[in-house]
Design a protein around this ligand. Structure first.
Ligand code: GDP
Length: 476
């Protein structure tokens, strides 16, 4: 019988460990998206902060590696793609460390960050080979608006223009879009194209989209790159508009219109946009994601009223098209995606009292219901959570007309005044007319609650469940 002494065993373990580390999957590509202002920057800052500080003073009870004391450390290391912007984690955390703390500046395009997480393996094969292992996590942050463009791939320029016109002619868009539509309707589509005129019309259309998003709080913004152009600012590929007067041109003239005509140039740029912008994003980035988190702020549209809420529902349906892998789906026909876990998170849950959180989850489930239904048939694990990346309120009980009611307390963003309120009830199901008539929802923007010290963790709601769902199985 052969005996093996301890030092030989350790050498063997190290050798086997090195081998396993090279061969076993110890890497995950995690993508974070959501429409602008949905909370991506706050989310990634908190996600990284919780890992780097090991949950420190906050609690990560549902994140097994920490709970089971197998988590050793996490740190930021050089990112994989040097041509992609760096997620400004240090700058974001510095905003929370200021006194008084502020929210970090949001990101506007795609950015990346790589973490190395060191842990003690427990269940996996690695346990027999090594005492500690490393998981590399590549986090990519990109605007949800870019996913709103996927359906364009299945549309001709004419179809897209007609669909966009139908949207522009509805409230609340019409009042603001009327002048633009009238202007475009006066243009003869078969005249020679004037690039300067196209640039200025595209600028006008972009300003309309910005107004829809930021003033009216609408969510369906197409083409998505127009309001978040990333590196394509001022590029002619973003200088086209929907043509709003297809009735004035017969099919033959449209088909035969050369690229030098007004309508021909619009069509050519639309096609180019689909190939070089939309498809390129899916091929270069989306196809390499292993896991995805989609952040949705349902509370702001709930506050803004029925039209905004309906628009959010339409946007979520468009966004979820990218995760619908059914054989016949547009996406699977064009690409072969590999995302195996999808987390759908209702953000800013600290804006409502805790007993409303389950309603936030069921509302978000309803919003994504059709797609979720489709996803159930496919190989994608899906979860919905109500979270707060950075908790900015305290919850407790207050008195109203002699009755005890749940309340939240926080500092208003605009004047830093401390207020206590019951912000309203979140409906469990898609809101009906009755809800809009009766219920008001009082959405207040809050400042971060108090500054953190260096190496302290940010207060949160359910970030441990997020970590467990997205990384738990990779850290076994
Ligand atoms: P992005 O555009 O998707 O990157 O959104 P941000 O992360 O910049 O968030 C937009 C704003 O939403 C922030 O400036 C905060 O005012 C608010 N916010 C984001 N996350 C939270 C949260 O967890 N709680 C609260 N109360 N507000 C949040």
């Amino acid at each position: 019988m052969a005996f093996i002494n301890k030092s030989d065993l350790n050498k063997f373990k190290k050798k086997a460990g090195d081998l396993f580390n090279k061969t076993i999957d110890q890497h995950v590509n995690l993508a974070v998206t959501g429409l602008s202002r949905s909370g991506k920057t706050a989310f990634i800052s908190s996600f990284v902060n919780q890992l780097i500080t090991e949950g420190g003073n906050s609690q990560l009870d549902f994140f097994n590696p920490v709970h089971q004391r197998r988590f050793i450390a996490a740190k930021r290391v050089s990112q994989k793609h040097l041509h992609i912007g760096r997620f400004e984690y240090e700058k974001s955390v510095a905003a929370f460390e200021k006194s008084p703390p502020t929210w970090p500046e949001p990101t506007h395009g795609i950015s990346e960050l790589r973490l190395a997480i060191r842990y003690q393996p427990q269940d996996s094969l690695l346990k027999y080979a090594t005492d500690s292992a490393t998981l590399f996590v590549d986090i990519t942050d990109y605007p949800g608006e870019w996913l709103l463009d996927l359906p364009l791939l299945n549309q001709t320029y004419e179809q897209w223009s007609k669909q966009t016109l139908a949207l522009l002619e509805q409230a609340p868009r019409f009042e603001h879009a009327k002048q633009f539509i009238e202007k475009v309707n006066q243009i003869d589509p078969l005249v020679s194209a004037d690039e300067n005129m196209l640039a200025s019309l595209a600028q006008e259309y972009t300003e309309l989209l910005m107004y829809f998003r930021h003033q009216l709080g609408l969510s369906v913004i197409q083409p998505g790159r127009f309001i978040l152009p990333g590196e394509l600012v001022d590029a002619p590929i973003l200088q086209f508009i929907p043509f709003t007067n297809f009735n004035c041109i017969d099919g033959n003239s449209y088909q035969n219109a050369g690229d030098g005509t007004f309508i021909g140039m619009l069509r050519a740029r639309f096609i180019e946009y689909k190939e070089r912008v939309v498809k390129k994003f899916y091929k270069e980035h989306f196809l390499h994601f292993d896991r995805q988190i989609v952040l949705a702020d349902c509370l702001t549209p709930l506050n803004n009223g029925a039209e905004c809420f309906d628009d959010l529902q339409l946007a979520i349906n468009l966004i979820m098209e990218s995760f619908s892998y059914g054989q016949s789906s547009l996406f699977s026909r064009i690409f072969s995606p590999k995302i195996d876990k999808l987390l759908f998170a209702a953000t800013k849950a600290d804006h409502v009292t805790p007993e409303q959180h389950s309603n936030m989850v069921s509302l978000l489930n309803q919003l994504a219901y059709q797609t979720k239904h489709k996803l159930n048939y496919d190989q994608i694990e899906m979860k919905t959570l109500a979270i707060s990346s950075v908790k900015a309120t305290l919850s407790g009980k207050g008195k109203h007309q002699g009755q005890e009611i749940p309340v939240i307390q926080g500092r208003q963003l605009h004047d830093n005044k401390l207020i206590t309120l019951f912000p309203g009830a979140v409906p469990k199901r898609l809101p009906t007319k009755e809800y809009w008539d009766k219920n008001g929802f009082n959405y207040i923007n809050f400042s971060p609650i108090e500054s953190i010290e260096a190496h302290q963790s940010l207060p949160h709601l359910r970030m441990d469940q997020v970590l467990q769902f997205l990384l738990g199985d990779k850290l076994k």
